[in-house]
Design a protein around this ligand. Structure first.
Ligand code: 4AD
Ligand code: MG
Length: 461
């Protein structure tokens, strides 16, 4: 008897019959005949199950005959060509052991469950076909992201999760503190005295690794971060999570054009990589989640993205003759309805919008010559809207200081960031890609809660 289990993914790809393999997994279904029964076994290594044939010759056949959906079993058997239709291989069991029984109240009985119900059992849902596929693709996509940057000369930097700065300046920060909320230390004016807090000042969970990323780009040249970020924005939408993963490349000696080129090539490359490495899992989404998905992904990989300035985008929105819930006026943020119109209806393709009004953007973006816009860009894709947000950074010391003053950002608090402009400043640019949004785009899943192992959203943890 072999002692190490062989994954079902490997067995199903086998070139020849195999003797005495150890197979371990969870029972999806059992089908009974008079002198034998079939177990559909899944071990998570792939979407497909392996059919196990258990005959009367097996000891304890009568007890095993009652094995229930969800139980875990260990099987030693021979991999043989299947007599039945629908599968090439099956396993003839020689020994079967029940590891863990699963009573009738196991929630994942064989029937269709709503996605809402599945969210309530996020600890069990990865055992369901669709979620197994989502999370296997999630893993492959992570790896593809690292591969893209590593093969293109970027270094992976781990920026801090706890930080004292607010990169986006939007105030969506989770506070990090060890102060006793019932008896906080107070200064003379009666306010809470954060000098007595753990880090001797106010600290937060990071909303972006960009600022620290800039320090490393302006020393290692090309870097990327890939880690969790946190936003306390009270947006209960299908695209916002309070904890999500962001990929943030930062490139020295780079302008907005090159930044947009990088974002486009990156999204294309990782999408193609998933198309190439996750075929069988993707088919579930092509067939059961979104009929137009395969075509859309191929389109994204093969065709150039459109590019329009923010000003042109506003003109397009005006010319559409549509009634918007939020007006599309120059100077206002593009709302989700505007973004989706541009990418889904007008261009029918991914589109990169650039040169946004200065007033609606954070302090670090580079001011354009018109003084009204900044060198910012967003990549919008059908079905989601924004998946990438980036910019060229302000590298001119005087302009940066001016912008900081305008945004009421203390030079003292950000002196380390300003130093990057004091000592050997260079043009540089980068972007942030929402990892879950890309995963939604690739799988066609409509809700960010369904592509995160354990989602955190307002009011729900
Ligand atoms: O556009 P954002 O806010 O950009 C930044 O944070 C920059 N500092 C990035 C940079 O230039 N290095 O966020 C970047 C991306 C968005 O385009 C979106 O895909 C995703 O992060 N994102 C979210 N994803 C899920 N839930 C949320 N609440 C998100 N907020 C942003
Ligand atoms: Mg953005």
């Amino acid at each position: 008897m072999s002692h190490k289990r062989t994954e079902i993914s490997i067995l199903l790809e086998s070139e020849s019959e195999r003797e005495n393999v150890l197979i371990q997994g969870w029972v999806r279904t059992r089908r009974d005949s008079k002198d034998f029964f079939f177990l559909e076994l899944n071990d998570g290594s792939c979407l497909k199950n392996l059919q196990i044939v258990v005959t009367r010759e097996i000891s304890e056949f009568e007890t095993l005959k009652t094995i229930r959906t969800g139980s875990s079993v260990s099987v030693v058997g021979n991999l043989v060509a299947s007599q039945g239709k629908g599968q090439k291989w099956e396993a003839m069991a020689k020994e079967v052991a029940l590891l863990g029984d699963s009573p009738e109240n196991y929630p994942l009985q064989k029937k269709r469950h709503s996605l809402e119900f599945m969210r309530e059992i996020s600890h069990l849902r990865p055992r369901a076909n669709m979620f197994g596929a989502v999370f296997r693709i999630r893993s492959r996509l992570s790896f593809a992201i690292h591969r893209y940057f590593q093969k293109n000369g970027f270094f992976y930097v781990n920026t801090p999760v706890i930080t004292a700065s607010d990169c986006e300046g939007a105030g969506d920060l989770f506070k990090v503190t060890t102060i006793d909320m019932h008896e906080p230390p107070r200064s003379e004016d009666g306010l809470i005295d954060f000098a007595h807090d753990f880090f001797s000042q106010k600290t937060y969970l990071t909303v972006s690794g960009q600022l620290e990323g800039e320090a490393f780009a302006t020393s290692l040249g090309k870097i990327y971060t890939f880690g969790p970020t946190f936003r306390a924005e009270n947006s209960n939408t299908s695209r916002h999570a309070s904890e999500f993963w962001m990929v943030e490349p930062e490139i020295a000696f780079c302008d907005l054009q090159q930044d947009m080129d990088c974002a486009e090539s990156f999204v294309k490359w990782v999408t193609r990589e998933v198309l190439d490495t996750c075929q069988s899992d993707l088919e579930l989404f092509f067939n059961f989640v979104d009929k137009g998905l395969e075509e859309r992904l191929r389109f994204v990989v093969e065709r150039p993205f459109h590019r329009v300035s923010y000003t042109e985008a506003i003109d397009i929105l005006h010319a559409s003759g549509k009634k918007w819930e939020y007006p599309a006026e120059w100077g206002a943020n593009l709302q989700s309805e505007h973004e989706r119109y541009l990418t889904e209806e007008h261009f029918k393709s991914p589109v990169t919008v650039y040169d946004y009004p200065k007033e609606i953007k954070p302090f670090y973006m580079r001011t354009n010559d018109d003084e009204k816009t900044v060198a910012a860009m967003d990549v919008l894709v059908p079905g989601i809207g924004e998946i990438v947000g980036g910019s060229q950074r302000e590298e001119r010391l005087d302009v940066l200081l001016e912008n900081m003053k305008h945004h009421c950002i203390s030079e003292e608090d950000y002196s380390w960031y300003v130093d990057l402009r004091r000592f050997g400043s260079v043009p540089h640019a980068g972007f942030g890609l929402g990892f879950e949004r890309l995963l939604m785009f690739i799988t066609g899943m409509g809700n960010i809660r369904d592509v995160i192992p354990f989602a955190r959203t307002p009011g729900s943890i």
